[in-house]
Design a protein around this ligand. Structure first.
Ligand SMILES: NC(=O)c1ccc[n+]([C@@H]2O[C@H](COP(=O)([O-])OP(=O)(O)OC[C@H]3O[C@@H](n4cnc5c(N)ncnc54)[C@H](O)[C@@H]3O)[C@@H](O)[C@H]2O)c1
Length: 292
């Protein structure tokens, strides 16, 4: 008797904010690889980045549309959801990965404007995206491929938190607060969504050298986080020293696909009882409180 579990892992439609590049694009590609019928990438990037992001998805034979929308603007995100539904009929999996690193530096020096910009994208942006994705998902029918006896899944939303949703580092007040907020939004929305068959969870990636983190590693923002200048910092630069420390705590370098694949798995109805979770995708970074 063939198993009902055969067939593509994620046959539905994925909607990904921050999907033009970085981790968001890796998720888009992972959905394409796992059989998604369509992928929608939502971002504010330049045309070239959009085109490359789309091509990465299309290379796996998956239809991909790109929508320019700013997650901090409610009309933009509501229109993006509407356009995606007009095109594909529904949204089965949403991944909210639009994000910014925000200001680095001691709280005594961070301006209200810089603080707010970070909260606007990482916190309000996740709130707005979750709100409009939830509105769509709670009214659509359940996705197929659910085994007998399991609850129907109308949709899955995965928000992008960070190890900074569970811990802090000096010089990261704005980012850390925004990622704690992301976790809070996820938990509350998860309890509301479960009544409708919409699962909401978040993931907390460790450290991957995306364009967002380049200013910290290659630029001059690293010093605010490492704090203090020692001989090693003088020799290698604060950013490099910081990054080596992150990767040591994480155990190794990570690749973007390792985050993409986890988001796809978390989105499938096979994860039916996983609601409001914060899944660390960090090689053990958060639990590593020793000096391993
Ligand atoms: N790189 C890491 O190590 C790491 C670790 C933990 C969490 N994260 C999170 O992963 C997510 C993706 O970041 P990344 O590292 O891939 O960086 P990235 O800069 O490559 O990707 C972020 C994307 O979000 C988009 N974006 C920013 N503001 C937006 C807005 N207002 N509206 C729509 N799109 C917007 C950017 O244009 C960009 O394409 C972020 O939420 C980030 O906080 C990254």
């Amino acid at each position: 008797m063939p198993s009902k579990r055969s067939g593509p892992l994620a046959p539905g439609v994925a909607f990904i904010t921050g999907g033009a590049r970085g981790l968001g694009n890796a998720i888009a590609v992972s959905f394409a690889k796992e059989g998604a019928r369509g992928v929608v990438i939502v971002d504010i990037q330049d045309e070239e980045t959009f085109e490359l992001g789309k091509k990465n998805v299309q290379d796996f034979g998956c239809e991909c549309i790109a929508i320019r929308a700013d997650v901090t603007k409610e009309d933009d995100i509501s229109n993006a959801v509407q356009q995606a539904v007009e095109h594909f009929g529904r949204i089965d999996y949403a991944a909210n990965f639009a994000g910014v690193v925000g200001p680095s530096g001691p709280i005594s020096e961070v301006s209200l404007t810089d603080w707010q910009k970070c909260q606007d994208v990482n916190s309000s942006g996740v709130f707005l995206a979750t709100k409009h994705e939830m509105r769509q998902m709670m009214t659509q029918s359940g996705i197929g491929g659910v085994e007998d006896g399991r609850v129907a899944q109308r949709g899955s939303i995965v928000n992008c938190a960070s190890v900074n949703s569970q811990m802090a580092m000096t010089g990261t007040t704005a980012y850390t607060a925004s990622k704690h907020a992301c976790l809070g939004i996820t938990k509350a929305a998860a309890l509301e969504g479960r009544k409708f068959g919409v699962r909401v969870n978040c993931v907390s990636p460790g450290f991957l050298l995306t364009r967002m983190l380049e200013p910290i590693v290659k630029g001059d923002m690293g010093g605010a986080i490492t704090g203090g200048v020692n001989e090693e910092v003088k020799k290698k630069g604060a950013g490099e020293v910081l990054w080596e420390g992150f990767e040591k705590r994480q155990g190794r370098k990570a690749v973007f696909e390792e985050v993409g694949d986890v988001v796809v798995l978390l989105s499938t109805p096979r994860m039916s009882l996983v609601v409001g979770a914060n899944l660390c995708v960090d090689g053990g970074f958060v639990i590593n409180e020793g000096n391993d």
